[in-house]
Design a protein around this ligand. Structure first.
Ligand SMILES: Cc1cc2nc3c(=O)[nH]c(=O)nc-3n(C[C@H](O)[C@H](O)[C@H](O)COP(=O)(O)OP(=O)(O)OC[C@H]3O[C@@H](n4cnc5c(N)ncnc54)[C@H](O)[C@@H]3O)c2cc1C
Length: 258
């Protein structure tokens, strides 16, 4: 590991993980499988969209600066916060017994994390913090709508894999082109619509246009979305006017900013 600053006293909040394998899922997404002793102390929330921060070393000095995290989870940055180099990613898969954790990276121009993932080789390490999940459906859920661009696809995959058999899912995934499509876990009550050539930095997102045409189920529903910031804002504004997605029935998250 490079030189670590700012964390040593509370390593419990952080875990050093090491690349074991790299696999191209599509031309636009690379999966890194991580392993490491520290994963025995990694406490998954079990929530399908749980995410971690990946802390990267300075490419020139090798110095890795971490924030201080207090008992309430509040972060304190050093005087020069830009020295804390991090990005947010979904835990696509975690196996505590095997001490293995998968993260799927969208490959894009100019990203610190994206470039690191493209160049990653077995043995390279990164530090992650403790995970947090946002998906919080109401009790008695009977149907859900999941909307995502490529960055939200790893979460959709895990959410769907963890969806109870009786819950129906309407899923809309927007990708830059058909080449970026990948198979999702099978669920007997899931319907998946793919939109190609929109969002993802190639064209304006169409996820908000898709929402009103999705047939809403009977009973308790929930909307989850993970997409680019402007797309997420439009989805949120639209969903707020839909009675099915009232208080506590939606979680729309900005995953990146174009
Ligand atoms: C809760 C949460 C979970 C997430 N999970 C995942 C995940 O599992 N997989 C994943 O790939 N991303 C995920 N993201 C999104 C990811 O954090 C951002 O894409 C992030 O900006 C990537 O960091 P970077 O260092 O590569 O690029 P940055 O240094 O943040 O950005 C550099 C440039 O790249 C552009 N950019 C950033 N992301 C994209 C993109 N996807 N497409 C095109 N241009 C882009 C920015 O506009 C900027 O101009 C998640 C985000 C959140 C909030």
């Amino acid at each position: 590991m490079g030189r670590l600053l700012g964390m040593a006293t509370r390593m419990g909040s952080f875990h050093e993980i090491t690349v074991a394998r790299r696999e191209w899922l599509t031309p636009g997404m690379v999966r890194l499988s991580f392993t490491g002793e520290d994963l025995s102390g990694f406490r998954s929330t079990g929530i399908g969209d749980e995410y971690v921060r990946l802390f990267f070393p300075d490419p020139v000095t090798g110095e890795r600066v971490l924030p201080e995290i207090d008992a309430e989870g509040r972060w304190t940055f050093p005087a020069e916060p830009e020295r804390v180099r991090y990005s947010t990613y979904t835990v696509r898969h975690f196996d505590v017994e095997a001490r293995e954790l998968h993260i799927d990276f969208v490959v894009h121009e100019g990203g610190m994390a994206s470039e690191w993932a493209i160049a990653a080789q077995p043995g390279m390490s990164v530090v992650i913090n403790s995970p947090r999940g946002l998906y919080a459906p109401p009790n008695g859920l009977s149907w859900q709508v999941l909307l995502a661009d490529a960055t939200g696809l790893p979460a959709v995959g895990r959410l769907l894999a963890q969806t109870p058999a009786h819950v129906a899912s309407h899923i809309v995934v927007e990708l830059g082109s058909e080449a970026h499509a990948q198979s999702l876990p099978y669920h007997p009550l899931a319907e998946v619509t793919w939109i190609f050539g929109r969002g993802n930095g190639v064209a304006p997102s169409a996820l908000d246009h898709a929402l009103p045409s999705i047939p809403l189920g009977a009973g308790v529903g929930y909307l989850w979305a993970g997409a680019e910031q402007k797309a997420a804002r439009r989805i949120r504004n639209l969903a707020r006017r839909m009675p099915a997605f009232g208080e506590g029935r939606q979680k729309v998250v900005a995953y990146w900013s174009a």
